[in-house]
Write a protein that binds this ligand. Structure first.
Ligand code: SAH
Length: 359
């Protein structure tokens, strides 16, 4: 479209400065605008009161400020976790989660509307991929949650719906936006990006100078079991995925976090704990055991608590640092994409989603 306005909130400070200089504006004006967008998260140009009325008018003719609209939220009575369902500017729906921890507040954001990775136990992938999120849509999840809760968010995990490494350029741009000192100035150390293991992009990521914590969704100690749970394992062998993670650690010095969702009868035997122990022994890493969150579309069940504890004990024998993920918001459908999925099911998209979900 000819008169399409540009998404100003996706511009990095450098890009904004260049655009302003090209318009004949001073560079510091670009910094002011970046602050309004990323520090104060304003929704309209007229709110930028330290700019002239004329400049605000010009900006509103050339750019728009995208925002997310809250559709609903669910608050956990158990632990105060809040799940938000947001509408994107084109009315696609995503979910984000606000969690309180002792070390600060954390937000789990989505990187795509839907997902095409097809992990068998995951609700987010059932309807397939709708589209990538822009960098501004990723950042907005944090800014709107800060506004809606009145709380400061210090940590971000890119672990919601979507595969961040399948939306690579926007992920990088998003990380540059939220860490820019002119804006929210989030600490790179407080950010985690979780991936199902897209090898070439993990390697590229290691070179970006953005040393966030990388979480790798492992879920099985060998290729056969991994292929049963995660179609992406047909594309990349475990050996290549682990080598890419080692490379990430080498380049960034950040310890990898391996995610392992325990599914009864699928990946939770003692033999599998031993195989995992041998696989990771000697690596500077951390294993996060996640009791699988059953979704109604599949018959997967959680391992028993006894099995989970036993799995941890066996892993620890290999000198591996293990935690069991505390289930936050279990009473509000905490599994990835469950809230979004139930919203889509109930809003008439059901047929379409079921069709897209076939693999
Ligand atoms: N696509 C990325 C990030 C999104 S999923 C990835 O695969 O890592 C975040 C984590 O939750 C992943 O480890 C994923 O495998 C896991 N997960 C998804 N659905 C789950 C469920 N129902 N139960 C337990 N873990 C789940």
């Amino acid at each position: 479209m000819q008169d399409e306005k540009r998404d100003i909130k996706s511009y990095t400070p450098e890009e904004l400065s260049e655009s302003f200089l090209a318009m004949g504006e001073k560079k510091f004006r670009a910094t002011q605008v970046f602050e309004w967008l990323h520090k104060r998260a304003v929704k309209e140009f007229y709110e930028m009161t330290n700019l002239s009325a004329e400049l605000r008018q010009t900006l509103s003719e050339q750019y728009h400020i995208i925002t997310l609209r809250e559709i609903k939220h669910l608050t956990s009575a158990q632990d105060g976790t809040i799940k938000f369902l947001f509408a994107l500017p084109d009315d696609k729906v995503i979910e984000s989660v606000f969690m309180k921890y002792k070390h600060g507040n954390s937000v789990c954001i989505s990187s795509q509307a839907g997902c095409r990775m097809g992990c068998r136990f995951c609700a987010s992938t059932l309807g397939g991929l709708e589209r990538n999120l822009t960098a501004s849509e990723m950042a907005e999840q944090i800014y709107r949650i800060e506004e809606l809760t009145g709380e400061h968010v210090s940590n971000v995990v890119v672990m919601g719906t979507g595969e961040p490494m399948d939306n690579y350029d926007n992920l990088i741009r998003f990380l540059r936006l939220i860490t820019a000192p002119e804006g929210k100035g989030m600490s790179i150390r407080n950010i985690t990006v979780s991936t199902c293991g897209i090898v070439e992009n993990i390697r590229r990521f290691a070179e970006e100078g953005l040393p966030v914590t990388l979480a790798l969704s492992l879920h099985a100690p060998n290729d056969e079991a991994r292929k049963r749970l995660m179609p992406v394992a047909n594309r990349y062998s475990l050996k290549d995925v682990l080598a890419a993670c080692d490379y990430y650690f080498e380049k960034t010095g950040r310890r990898i976090s391996y995610e392992y969702s325990l599914v009864a009868g699928e990946n939770d035997t003692e033999a599998e704990a031993d195989a995992l122990g041998k696989l990771l022994h000697g690596k500077n890493c951390h294993v996060n055991l996640i009791p699988v969150n059953p979704i109604k579309e599949r018959n997967y069940r959680q391992s028993s608590f006894k099995n989970i504890l036993n799995f941890r004990k066996r892993l620890e024998k290999y000198n591996i640092n293990v935690t069991i993920r505390r289930e936050l918001g279990a009473d509000i459908g905490a599994a990835c994409g469950q809230l979004r999925k139930s919203h889509l099911d109930s809003s008439g998209d059901r047929e379409k989603n079921d069709r897209d979900g076939e693999m």
